[in-house]
Design a protein. Structure first.
Lengths: 390, 319
């Protein structure tokens, strides 16, 4: 433990506030360093990040440095580290590195270049899908935790009902009926505003009381929605939606994101429910801060730890899901390589060309493992209850 | 207790109703048509497409289609669009195929993860604990399809047994014992693969539960009384650590239907997951929706059972 010079010298003043010797970040890093597996995960994660970005730079564009789509039929199924047959190849077909680092596949394409191209897909799918899930999760969880006790009134329910019916009718090509429903919804909202003003001044007539009748609370609504989403078998749901939508990498990201926010919502809600009762929130309210500021500036930084952990592990899951989808033949359209479809193409040659299975398989394994180890390390550091007492 | 049961049943039925609406909307609002009524499908003339559309109620508004579908489902008359077979019968046949996988997988999960988890909790920080932790992460992180191929290569090269399918093709009538061994070999790999994730997660969970209980005062008291360590660990600590796992019996129920699409398609196992995959590819809406509905029912029944078990097991919750 390093000794602070102020504590043992005479010029130490009592009225100076006693700050902790280490900042929160230093303390965090000190604890994190003890977990060797987590450090390994972090290092590998950074390596993967750099490789994915370099891979994107090397394999994109019209004339990439390493061409993942170059077909050389005379060079098919060469083992890793094989030298190309220079006399058989046209000058523009010779691989840039002069060697097939990971061998070639059944069309003679360079597996190394394809792996580089696929790493960017895995990286973006992981981050974008989890980003979507986190945003939805924080939003819904925050609402449920902070505003949970408020109730939804009949007028809001009617307006929302009209608006959704209108949108659904518009989607199903009934433009006129849809427009009428939308107008009804807008009229309801307008009416609510008007009656609110008049209701404040005078005694309310009976129908306004019904109009403002409380139904279910917001918390119940959000949590029942979470329950509904949890009823779907997640991989089947993702598979269904991805199969029905046109094949594209963005659809996969969005679908994985839209089907994996439930855990985050529950965490954030639980954190908010306990944070809301604490003194610093009461103080912030007493200072007259806006709800928005209280939620995002004061409560969110305190609730972020479990979210961060579940996000890291969520990235690992998203990468696995994407690989599984590519393996089944969904997702990114064929000429573009992903780790899943390299493996899926290679499975027919599993005994003749095992590198086509092992290279992408080990790559996925290492990346997912690094995210899981890093996430678990974060969880251990951020949750003082799990720390070893010694 | 009775009011809890009643309330929770009503709640679950409402949830189920919304699940049915959401899944119906997802399927029907997605772009594209089922292959039977796709105007681009060269096998059918426009008149046939028109006839199919009428037979499937596809020319009616969405809410009418919804009512038709669930009326048929509850009266057991839903038929698959692909081959006109009754959906419930199809699902039942596939379910019987998936059942052995599920049972063997569950037995493997629960019998392996408990000893591993308990042992690594008792020797916390030791070599065994650290290596089992690392293996648990490895098993969680390994893609199922990759692991499947590693195991296939290993088993086929080492033991020279075929593993794809439910039984060796054309095995016909050989000796009873050969046939049984054949079935077991074919069953072993897919159920082991289905269990890997469960083993990894459950053994970690057992470990953390066990650690929590071992830190309690009554365990320290038991040790201080001079009881033999086995009695402290297995009688005082383990019994209390088991509490959350009793409730998990309910939560394994959904695994019956989810199965594993990937594992079943690698091993050409004609189970539920495969059927769902084929139905999705053919856009066989009745099959997809029925599987979804049954899955939702199983999830809800599973949570209900686990709530009930909690009430039975933990007297602190009971009012």
């Amino acid at each position: 433990m390093d000794v602070n010079p102020h504590t043992d010298s005479q010029d130490y003043q009592l009225d100076e506030p006693l700050a902790p010797k280490r900042t929160r970040r230093e303390e965090f890093w000190r604890l994190f360093k003890q977990n060797r597996l987590a450090i390994a995960g972090l290092v590998f994660f950074i390596v993967f990040f750099v490789v994915a970005i370099i891979g994107l730079a090397l394999t994109r564009g019209k004339d990439p440095v390493l061409d993942p789509a170059m077909v050389r039929l005379q060079e098919k199924l060469r083992p890793p580290l094989a030298k190309p047959n220079f006399e058989m190849l046209q000058p523009n077909e010779v691989p840039t590195l002069g060697i097939y680092v990971f061998g070639t596949d059944d069309l003679g394409r360079d597996v190394f270049a394809r792996m580089l191209q696929g790493s960017w897909v895995s990286l973006t799918v992981g981050f974008v899908a989890v980003g979507i899930a986190i945003i939805i999760g924080i939003f819904l969880g925050g609402i449920a935790g902070y505003y949970g006790q408020r109730h939804i009134r009949i007028n809001q329910l009617i307006a929302a009902g009209f608006l959704t019916a209108g949108v659904v009718l518009l989607i199903t090509d009934l433009i006129w009926a849809g427009a009428v429903f939308l107008l009804c919804g807008l009229a309801c909202i307008l009416l609510s505003f008007l009656t609110k003003k008049s209701a404040r001044s005078r005694t309310k007539p009976a129908w306004t009381r019904l109009w403002y009748f409380n139904t279910i609370s917001i918390d119940t609504l959000v949590m029942r929605f979470v329950d509904i989403m949890l009823c779907f078998p997640s991989f089947l749901l993702i598979l269904t939606v991805v199969a029905l939508l046109p094949a594209s990498i963005y659809n996969i990201m969005i679908v994985i994101g839209l089907t994996s926010w439930m855990g985050t919502t529950r965490f954030v809600r639980a954190e908010f429910l306990s944070l809301r009762e604490q003194d610093f929130v009461a103080a912030a309210k007493a200072l007259g801060l806006s709800n928005f500021r209280i939620i995002f500036r004061h409560m969110m930084p305190n609730a972020v730890a479990p979210v961060l952990v579940s996000a890291t592990i969520g990235i690992a899951t998203a990468i696995l899901t994407e690989a599984g989808l590519s393996f089944l033949g969904f997702g990114v359209p064929p000429p573009h390589a992903t780790w899943g479809n390299i493996l899926s193409d290679g499975k027919r040659f599993i005994f003749d060309a095992p590198w086509l299975t092992f290279v992408p398989g080990i790559a996925i394994l290492l990346v997912v493992l690094s995210f899981n180890l890093f996430g678990e390390g974060l969880r251990d550091v951020m949750n003082p209850k799990l720390r070893e007492r010694n | 207790m009775l009011s809890f049961i009643g309330r929770s049943i009503v709640q679950k039925i409402i949830t189920l109703f919304f699940v049915s609406i959401v899944s119906f909307l997802i399927i029907h609002l997605a772009p594209g048509e089922p292959s039977q009524v796709d105007p681009m499908n060269p096998k059918f003339t426009p008149e046939m497409v028109e006839r199919f559309r009428e037979a499937f109620h596809l020319d009616e508004p969405l809410y009418a289609q919804y009512l038709y579908f669930y009326r048929d489902l509850f009266s057991g008359k839903t038929i698959s669009w692909k081959d006109n077979l009754p959906v419930l019968k199809k699902i039942w046949e596939r379910f019987l195929n998936s059942l052995p996988l599920f049972i063997v997988g569950t037995i493997l999960t629960w019998t392996i993860s408990f000893p591993v988890g308990i042992r690594s909790a008792l020797f916390r920080g030791g070599f065994y604990d650290r290596s089992s932790t690392f293996f648990a992460y490895l098993l969680i992180s390994i893609p199922g399809f990759f692991f499947a191929y590693i195991l296939i290569i290993f088993v086929v090269n080492q033991f020279q047994v075929p593993v794809i399918g439910m039984e060796t093709f054309g095995i016909g009538d050989t000796a009873w014992l050969t046939m049984a061994m054949d079935r077991i070999w074919h069953l072993l790999l897919p159920s082991l693969l289905g269990a890997t994730g469960g083993i990894a997660v459950l053994s970690r969970y057992v470990r953390s539960q066990m650690l929590e209980v071992e830190g309690q005062d009554y365990v320290r008291t038991a040790k201080a009384k001079g009881l033999p360590p086995d009695q402290v660990h297995y009688k005082h600590a383990l019994r209390n650590a088991l509490l959350p796992f009793v409730t998990m019996f309910g939560l394994i129920l959904p695994g019956l239907i989810g199965g594993s699409v990937i594992i079943e398609s690698i091993f050409a196992w004609p189970g539920m997951g495969r059927m769902a995959y084929e139905a999705i590819l053919a856009r066989d809406y009745p099959v997809i929706l029925t599987i979804n509905f049954v899955a939702a029912v199983l999830v809800l029944v599973g949570t209900f059972i686990s709530d009930l078990l909690y009430l039975v097991v933990d007297p602190r919750i009971r009012m």
